[in-house]
Ligand binder design. Structure first.
Ligand SMILES: [Zn+2]
Length: 493
């Protein structure tokens, strides 16, 4: 049971009203103003901690961040936690079951994959990632999920989607270990030559793509491909860039090997995914072009850690062995060369909801904890051309934030399991009150406002005391132990 105060009435709402308030971004948009306070806030640009901040969010947008006066109340007093801007994962695959076995996707219907996507979206949001760039899906299920989240029908991060990845015949998006007489659906749009590439880009854009993903080199999870080998020519990649830019969109290039990275950068892609084998030439080309890289060492770490027990096959494990240390070393070189590194995990190869675990690997590769957080906020927002509204806690930015226990600049791992997550000013996750009742989703589109249900003897008053955490919560002191301390609108605590 969840305890949430109805601000207008100054009373505790019934459970339906409470759940709606927790889940609905629309509640914030329609309902007006919320204020949030906590022990401290990290300014991810300067690295400064701001003590006792008060964030005011109106219609989902931050309108003020000020020091909190002792007498000042707030809608949510989160206690002894650190507030951060909502995080951004620039490389996910939300649609489908995370399935390491290559041919499992053939056994999964698109309907099933889409429903899995709903669960994956929620797991991602609850990990503090309020925005994702989803790089490659099937049958436009990513478009449907993006739109359902945006409409407030299901909880999840705001999504930018790439629909079908473009692959050369025999490339990373093809089935390469099946005989030619087996006609099966490809997980990507096969496109060879400038004309086919252009057509595939335009088809994706026609059906709702926000980004274009092109598979320039072989990959880890595909049979018979070499991650170091480039499949697309610079001319083909450039055709994708021109077709995308004509409609105001950008291209993300999957590229492990240096040759593919160099071609992609020269062709004008906005980001290179994985960027596993950087040499001097690749580094200077990335710098010259201002290309972002999005390294995902956690995927290979996970494959090596879990191996066959999680269903990964020999070639995935073998290629991960070759790539993991190279990728970490390339990341280290990119960081010292000043190449913009945006955070992206490739979640979907590994399970969703662990998106924050890669931050520690970025730190291991030479980033400061602040720089690692910037890669998932400021830099990611810049890559997405959303730096005017995402990635910071300041007026004019969306009201997305998470609360973590302790100081992430001292221990980056505290970001892996947030205690609270807000999106568009609405509380969407609380460690102490996991929302499991999907009936809460139903009233979102009702024309009439939901009236709080008065507690009766039959339905005992929900207690404001915290429920037991669903998983071991990091130790936090004082009053903020995983609980929400709502304060009535009068401002008196
Ligand atoms: Zn991927």
């Amino acid at each position: 049971m969840i305890s949430v105060f109805c601000r207008k009435a100054g009373q505790r709402a019934g459970w339906i009203g409470g759940l709606v308030a927790l889940l609905s971004s629309d509640a914030a948009a329609a309902g007006g103003t919320v204020t949030i306070t906590a022990r401290r806030l990290l300014d991810v640009e300067s690295g400064q901690m701001i003590e006792r901040p008060l964030i005011r969010i109106e219609d989902g947008v931050i309108t003020a961040v000020t020091p909190r006066a002792a007498s000042q109340g707030a809608t949510y007093d989160l206690g002894d936690v650190t507030l951060l801007p909502g995080l951004i994962d620039c490389h996910t695959h939300l649609i489908g079951s995370p399935s390491p076995a290559p041919y499992d996707t053939l056994r999964e219907t698109t309907a099933h994959a889409a429903i899995e996507g709903v669960a994956n979206a929620r797991a991602t949001l609850e990990a503090g990632f309020t925005t994702v760039r989803d790089l490659g899906s099937r049958e436009y299920a990513d478009v449907a999920l993006r739109d359902a989240i945006a409409a407030g029908r299901v909880p999840g991060p705001r999504m930018l989607v790439a629909v079908l990845s473009l692959s050369a015949t025999g490339g990373h998006g093809d089935w390469n270990d099946l005989p030619p007489d087996i006609e099966i659906h490809r997980p990507a749009a096969l496109a060879d030559g400038v004309e086919e590439v252009r057509k595939a880009v335009r088809l994706n854009l026609k059906y709702g793509a926000d980004w274009i993903k092109i598979l320039v080199t072989g990959g880890v999870t595909s049979a018979g491909t070499d991650p170091q080998q480039a499949d697309y020519t610079e001319e083909e990649i450039h055709a994708a860039v021109v077709a995308a830019r004509a409609r105001g969109r950008d291209v993300a290039a999957h590229a492990h090997g240096a040759a593919g990275i160099i071609r992609a950068a020269r062709a004008g892609v906005r980001s290179v995914e994985h960027a596993s084998y950087l040499n001097d030439e690749a580094i200077s080309e990335l710098k010259r072009q201002g290309t972002f890289i999005v390294p995902n060492p956690y995927t290979n770490f996970y494959i090596l850690d879990r191996g066959q027990s999680a269903g990964f096959v020999d070639y995935e494990i073998e290629k991960s062995k070759q790539i993991y240390y190279k990728k970490m070393d390339s990341l280290r070189r990119a960081v010292s060369a000043g190449i913009p590194v945006a955070y992206g995990t490739d979640a979907g190869v590994q399970p969703h909801g662990h998106n924050g675990r890669q931050l520690a690997l970025y730190v291991q590769a030479g980033m400061t904890p602040l720089a690692a957080l910037q890669s998932a906020t400021l830099v990611a927002a810049r890559l997405l051309r959303q730096e005017h509204r995402l990635g910071r806690l300041k007026p004019g930015f969306v009201g997305d934030l998470l609360a973590v226990a302790g100081d992430p600049l001292q221990r980056i791992q505290v970001v892996e399991s947030p205690l609270f997550v807000f999106k568009d000013g609405a509380l969407v996750y609380s460690r102490s009150a996991r929302i499991n009742d999907t009936r809460a989703l139903m009233p979102l589109r009702l024309a009439d406002p939901i009236k709080p249900i008065a507690p009766t003897a039959a339905s005992p008053t929900p207690s404001p005391a915290p429920a037991a955490p669903t998983s071991p919560a990091p130790a936090i002191k004082a009053t903020g132990q995983g609980s929400i301390h709502p304060v009535p609108a009068s401002g008196k605590p």
